[in-house]
Design a protein around this ligand. Structure first.
Ligand SMILES: O=P(O)(O)OC[C@H]1O[C@](O)(COP(=O)(O)O)[C@@H](O)[C@@H]1O
Length: 501
């Protein structure tokens, strides 16, 4: 039954409300969002196994240290969600992660739920456990330096779900958690995730999301949760992952904002989306489209991404100490892109030449973020591990080449034996392997040494040519022409001596 005014007493003092409001405002500050690094032990195990690392405490600490020590992380990240183990961990030099984050002005948060359990009487639905002893835990995390918390509930879309009970129960447990958090000075992030599994279309996803949100905000009202001191972490409205009909970023942006406008009170200061298995680029482009949707949006709309901030970071790291700096640059690049998207100002940094309709091949953007010129890349299926954005040059720029193309350094694709085409050396100083380059006129601004492809392969090119030593392009058996510089001349001598043509 609906509560009547007389049975209600304010659960929070003005000072408590002010503190909650201030924490929430800090988290959704302009151009910033949350790094969700709260993967439970099982989930982080999946991420680590993708780079062949054992799921042990030491590797988990190493990885989280990499994330939290990223230089300038606080430019785009305002909050980090921690798993309980991580909350207790420190850097190699002994500084607690929580202190490290607080010192950077990043608010540490804590995952308080204990995962999903089956909900009896439903068709495969669940609820989230963890309420027992929650007040004491919340108080301890607050004392330990956290400013917010997160609790995730999961709802599924299928023929008969989500059920009324599923929505009611999950909304209620989120509200109870939120109420306990606020009593203990933590801003509750309320996460009712409608999973994208299934073949439903965008409309169905929108309707279900609207219903779920309505249940959640009814429950929060019933529990007298102070909305100004909360944040919402919802799914974006997307078609089911196995849906035959794909939607554009604009359609997703509009459907998401429509659903939020129907279900989320304007007293809520911010909405921090989960990425839900989207590719990194999609998660950024969708957030951008959400912020560009031509509808009134009374809340801040930003990110609280796990996978969409970490996929390429993990790949760039690969578990090797030598790659920590490179991986941190990747994290900063993703955070910066999402920060821009949270303002609706994200631009694909490299234009994919929209007038060109032919086939394209590419290198991943994060590997050469400083490069503004044309790029030649590998087909996507050749680097399936890479989820980020890709940019390309038209095939006609290298018409002589029929085979597969790869621009990434050799060590990253050791299985690839074919020819490689690359940008000038100074642009990828970290790369030590052999290089083959495009003709001079294509990079006229470049004055350094060049290594070129054989003449017959680019007959249209009349400019100076410099060739690589034979051992660098063992696959090439044709004539070679060399340029002036000594190293190339030496290489030519060797080649001519061997082939005497
Ligand atoms: O299943 P777990 O280990 O609780 O993790 C779920 C993950 O989902 C999130 O809520 C959202 O993550 P994504 O952005 O990857 O969807 C994370 O905060 C959390 O790490």
């Amino acid at each position: 039954m609906t509560e009547v005014g007389g049975s209600y007493t304010d659960a929070l003092t003005c000072a408590q409300k002010k503190e909650l409001r201030e924490i929430a405002a800090k988290i959704v500050a302009d151009g910033k969002g949350i790094l969700a690094a709260d993967e439970s032990t099982g989930t982080i195990g999946k991420r680590l196994s993708a780079i062949s690392l054992e799921n042990n405490e030491q590797n988990r600490q190493k990885y989280r240290q990499l994330l939290f020590t990223t230089p300038n992380l606080n430019q785009h990240i305002s909050g980090v969600i921690l798993y309980e183990e991580t909350f207790h961990q420190s850097t190699d030099s002994g500084k607690k992660f929580v202190d490290l984050l607080n010192e950077q002005g990043i608010v540490p948060g804590i995952k308080l739920d204990l995962g999903v359990v089956p909900l009896a009487g439903t068709i495969g639905e669940g609820t989230t456990q963890g309420l027992d002893g929650l007040a004491a835990k919340a108080a301890a995390f607050k004392k330990g330096g956290c400013g917010f918390a997160k609790w995730r509930c999961v709802l599924t879309i299928a023929d008969h779900t989500p059920s009324h009970l599923g929505m009611l129960e999950n909304a209620n447990v989120l509200a109870r958690y939120a109420s306990i958090c606020q009593q203990n000075g933590l801003v509750p992030i309320v996460e009712p995730e409608v999973l994208c599994d299934g073949d439903h279309d965008l409309k169905r996803a929108q309707k279900v999301t609207e219903q779920v949100l309505s249940f959640v905000y009814k429950a929060l009202a019933d529990h007298h949760v102070y909305l100004e001191g909360t944040l919402l972490k919802p799914n974006m409205v997307t078609p089911g992952q196995s849906s035959a009909k794909k939607s554009s970023h604009e359609e997703i942006g509009l459907a998401t904002v429509e659903a939020l406008r129907r279900g989320v009170p304007s007293a809520v200061p911010g909405i921090t989306f989960l990425s839900g298995g989207q590719s990194e680029l999609d998660a950024t482009a969708n957030l951008n489209a959400i912020n560009q949707a031509p509808l009134l949006k009374p809340w801040k709309l930003t990110f609280s991404y796990g996978r969409a901030l970490q996929q390429s970071v993990l790949k760039a790291w690969g578990g090797k100490d030598a790659n920590v700096g490179a991986a941190q640059k990747v994290l900063l690049a993703r955070a910066s892109a999402n920060g821009a998207a949270s303002l609706g100002k994200y631009q694909v940094r490299f234009s994919p030449l929209p007038w060109y309709q032919g086939p394209r091949i590419m290198v991943p953007e994060y590997q050469v973020p400083w490069y503004q010129g044309p790029r030649i890349m590998v087909p996507e299926y050749q680097v399936p591990w890479y989820q980020g954005s890709r940019i390309m040059v038209p095939e006609y720029q290298v018409p002589w080449y029929q085979g597969p193309r790869i621009m990434v350094p050799e060590y990253q694709v050791p299985w690839y034996q074919g020819p490689r085409i690359m940008v000038p050396e100074y642009q990828v100083p970290w790369y030590q392997g052999p290089r083959i380059m495009v003709p001079e006129y294509q990079v006229p601004w470049y004055q350094g040494p060049r290594i070129m492809v054989p003449e017959y392969q680019v007959p249209w090119y009349q400019g100076p040519r410099i060739m690589v030593p034979e051992y660098q392009v063992p696959w090439y058996q044709g004539p070679r022409i060399m340029g002036e510089d000594a190293s190339s001349a030496a290489a030519e001598s060797l080649f001519v001596a061997k082939h005497s043509y």
